[in-house]
Design a protein around this ligand. Structure first.
Ligand code: FAD
Length: 391
């Protein structure tokens, strides 16, 4: 079977790229190893960062800030159906995130000085933080905060995003036998068929490492940064926000479903190295109680899920400042978005690099498609987690 573009990986990055190529008339298909978004996208908190977080300790990474500052508005337009891809089917969980400076520690004021550069440099941000009047604070923060700011950074339901993207190109998305794939010259051999694509896009998140070794490119171009993410279940009010301590986001809390909290931020970095699950749960609860004193947390359940951020390798193993798209072999591109928020930028870059080489669509028979099934969307971490009473 001949086609213009073969995409590996059905997370939000691969699905967005598929849509980009197909809308421009290229015969493109996508191959998924397990379930759509099963790596990072389904585990993500869905915050469309606008750079506010990166400004917290004073702006050092200007290129990250410049790229991300336009993202909330761009996503808002996709979600409203004003620009393609029309993502009006995806669910907006919140149109803003809060930043709160926690009460309860005599050094909280001193620590919160890290926040000042954000305000001072707010001119750099498309989403300027607004101080929130005490009467308008989210219920969970009453009694917990010294000050609360609102950032116009939307939060989306990642499963609904995957559904909305996949629905646009359903006929061109396939499950395949990933371990059996072989790259041989211009051919990609897969159990049950041979595909001759003019270009290959590797957008398989952590799976890019293995795919790169299949095409004889050293998988060392990728880094994995682990997280121990916390889930709470029970009678919890909705909350979308970052608890700022010492200029860092110590807790990032989102409420993706009724009575569910997803907790990331620095705590998730710290829990990544905690191997004892009971101790990890205790540490998580101690931190959440400390930063949200007064919140009723009896009869709450807790779970911790392990996640890995797969990114392009940086010399100091820190987060790359933007998307990574590179041509690793003739007509072969590897891509990591670094952030869900940056996927529109990634898809534009992938499209530009690939079409520079391909130029026009080759006008292959677009009805020639593999006979393989359509993969399901991955399940949310809270649907698969093992829950424990929180102590
Ligand atoms: C816990 C967590 C929270 C996050 N929160 C946020 C946030 O709030 N905001 C934000 O902007 N970013 C966030 N991120 C980052 C964001 O989730 C990722 O940058 C983004 O989802 C990556 O998308 P992707 O499509 O490249 O990869 P993935 O979502 O990992 O998708 C890769 C896909 O490839 C498939 N695959 C794997 N191997 C193969 C193979 N060999 N062949 C074919 N398919 C394969 C997988 O099954 C999967 O479907 C978070 C990340 C994590 C881990």
């Amino acid at each position: 079977m001949q086609l213009d573009v073969l995409i590996f990986g059905g997370g939000a990055a691969g699905l967005w790229c598929l849509d980009r190529f197909r809308r421009a008339g290229y015969h493109a298909i996508l191959l998924e190893a397990k379930a759509l978004g099963r790596g990072q996208t389904i585990q993500a908190q869905g915050i469309i960062h606008g750079g506010g977080k990166y400004g917290l300790r004073g702006v050092r990474d200007f290129s990250a800030l410049r790229t991300t500052s336009a993202m909330p508005e761009r996503w808002r337009r996709h979600l409203a159906g004003e620009i393609e891809p029309n993502l009006s089917g995806a669910r907006l969980l919140s149109d803003r995130c809060h930043l709160w400076l926690p009460r309860g520690s005599s050094i909280a004021w001193a620590q919160s000085w890290g926040f000042v550069p954000l305000i001072a440099k707010a001119g750099l941000l498309a989403t300027r933080p607004q101080k929130v009047r005490r009467a308008d604070w989210p219920q969970a923060l009453s009694g917990a905060a010294l000050a609360v700011y609102a950032l116009a950074e939307p939060v989306i339901s990642t499963g609904s995003l995957l559904q909305a993207l996949a629905a646009r190109q359903q006929k061109f998305i396939f499950s395949y036998d990933a371990p059996a794939v072989r790259f041989a010259g211009a051919e990609v051999r897969i159990a049950g068929g041979v595909i001759e694509p003019r270009a290959v896009v590797l957008a398989a998140g952590e799976g890019n490492g293995g795919l790169l070794t299949h095409i004889d490119v050293n998988g060392d171009v990728m880094q994995r940064r682990p997280l121990g993410m916390v889930l709470l279940r029970g009678n919890l009010p909705p909350l979308f926000g970052h608890c700022v301590v010492g200029g860092k986001t110590q807790l990032t809390i989102t409420a993706p479903a009724d009575g569910i909290w997803q907790v990331g931020g620095e705590i998730a970095e710290q829990l990544a190295s905690e191997e004892n699950p009971e101790r990890a749960r205790q540490r998580a609860m101690a931190e959440i109680r400390r930063r949200l004193p007064g919140l009723e947390l009896s009869r709450i359940e807790i779970a911790i899920y392990r996640a890995v951020r797969a990114e392009a390798r940086t010399s100091n193993l820190r987060r790359p400042s933007g998307v990574h798209v590179s041509r690793v072999a003739p007509r072969t591109v590897v891509a990591w978005p670094t952030k869900l928020a940056l996927i529109p930028v990634l898809a534009d870059e992938v499209f530009d690099i690939v079409t520079m080489e391909l130029r026009q669509p080759a006008r292959y028979d677009a009805t020639a498609l593999p006979p393989w099934p359509t993969p399901p969307v991955a399940r949310y971490p809270w649907e698969e987690a093992q829950w424990f009473p929180a102590r």
